[in-house]
Design a protein around this ligand. Sequence first.
Ligand SMILES: [Zn+2]
Length: 278
Amino acid sequence: MASKEGLLFGTAGIPLSSKAPSTRVGIERIHELGLGCMEVEFVQGVRMSPDSARAVGEVAVERNITLSAHAPYFINLNAREPEKIAASRERILQTARITSLFGGSSIVFHAAYYQKDTPSKVYATVKENLEQIVSKLRAEDNRVWVRPETTGKGSQFGTLEEVLELSAGIEGVAPAVDFAHLHARTAKYNSYDEFVAILEQIEGKLGRNALDNMHIHVSGIEYGPKGESRHLLLANSDFRYVELLRALKAHEVGGLLICESPNREEDALLLQQTYRAL
Ligand SMILES: [Zn+2]
């Protein structure tokens, strides 16, 4: 697992300095930059053929770049209409299948909106749907980690507690911890002690393995009373990323750290260099 290599740094999507806007060329660029991973973005839909996925997987192995994927934004496992829930499950399954084909380790997604429902009712609905998804993937011998993400807005399902509870309750489900979202959602979670408390909460709930095998998002972020409004460069935001990196290092967290800043690879490199210099 990723733990052997410690924490890998990379971009959400193809680096902006990539010579061509293709996943394969993007992986080559990640390698040239000296980064270690890339999250493949299917946020507008899963548009990659099985043949392309296999070719992507070959480049990733050759360049020793670990891949993950982000499922489409058009997912709501708590939609009013049953057919929209079914379509949401299908989008998660499609993402997991193509990710497995290119040898990716994890998929991440925003699971649901509360609509007008109570958090506990939404939790039960999301859990039931994730159980169906994971059992289908296991029947297909697909071992990709299914990771609901901590979300950035109060209207979105995905507090840290919800994501950890799902991970504890369903084998094959693990958290995608977006630290910028946690900060934007609460205006808290922006100091070394708070970051350490999050890591201890994860370890307490899921065990040490969860810290060895994390999928993390980091970026600068702008937010208001309702949570996130947009991503920013780290330098232009109030997010105390050095303190986060210190906490990750002190707790020997392993896995993937994906940078979602607008300048992608520049902030990913900043994070990697800062981490290594600690
Ligand atoms: Zn996301």
